[in-house]
Design a binder for this molecule. Structure first.
Ligand SMILES: [Zn+2]
Length: 244
């Protein structure tokens, strides 16, 4: 049977479920495609001007109101208004059930943690660490709810963590991700463009994406379709197997 809007089959979902049941160190690598259903656009699809002005501290400092207007529209409003997607919540649930060991993400939206995931490597930092550019104090994601976030202590302007770090790599998270990828026997990629791909050569890879991507060749199973739709089918399949 073929699902209506996608190219994956019931047999492939069963194979996916079996792989999860029969693996010991299952990890996920996620990218922009897991968050588009939360209303956060894939920055690759935004004009260069928009994405570069949203990641530059100089545009923050030269016109804070304009910067935060764009930043709210792209990130903050979807995060607080829509929250985590079905896929974010499914990964958190799999972790709770002991079926998933951790998530590596190149997203900065903090939606995995908001969904309840505990073991997350935010390798490009996340919006849960934000800095006052005047006194250096840091604040969690709640400070970004302000229209123009300022430091409660000194009144200085707040710079979102990923902007403050110039969209650089968080070394601690990156090392953690690499350790996980050394021990992984199953890696699930969801909506990732392949910006992080240090998977050991023995691991089985299931690649979930609605379009062709860098993991197609490496993957043992390619599931083409909407990430939420595929994860819904997976969770139902795992439930059925539990009942039987
Ligand atoms: Zn301050």
């Amino acid at each position: 049977m073929l699902f209506k809007h996608s190219n994956f089959t019931k047999t492939e979902i069963q194979k996916f479920a079996d792989l999860i049941q029969n693996s010991n160190y299952v990890y996920a690598i996620t990218g922009a495609g897991i968050s588009t259903n939360a209303g956060i656009p894939d920055l690759q699809h935004l004009s260069g001007h928009t994405s570069s002005s949203l990641s530059s501290e100089s545009s923050l400092e030269s016109d804070p109101a304009k910067f935060y207007q764009g930043f709210h529209q792209i990130f903050i409003d979807p995060i607080f208004e829509n929250g985590p997607t079905f896929s974010h919540r499914a990964l958190a649930q799999l972790e709770t059930q002991g079926k998933l060991s951790g998530v590596i993400t190149t997203n900065v939206d903090y939606l995995h943690e908001l969904a309840g995931s505990k073991n997350v490597a935010d390798i490009w930092y996340s919006l849960n660490t934000n800095y006052c550019i005047n006194c250096g104090r840091n604040y969690d994601i709640k400070i970004l709810e302000q229209t123009l976030p300022t430091c409660p202590s000194c009144g200085g302007l707040i710079s979102p963590g990923p902007v403050y770090h110039h969209i650089g790599i968080d070394n601690q998270a990156y090392q953690k991700a690499n350790r996980w990828m050394d021990e992984a026997d199953l890696v699930i990629t969801l909506g990732s463009n392949g910006y992080y791909s240090n998977i050991n050569s023995q691991a089985t890879v299931v690649n979930i994406n609605n379009k062709r991507n860098d993991f197609d060749q490496r993957a043992n199973l390619n599931l083409r379709g909407d990430t939420d739709e595929i994860m819904k089918e997976l969770m139902e399949e795992l439930m059925e197997e539990l009942e039987n």
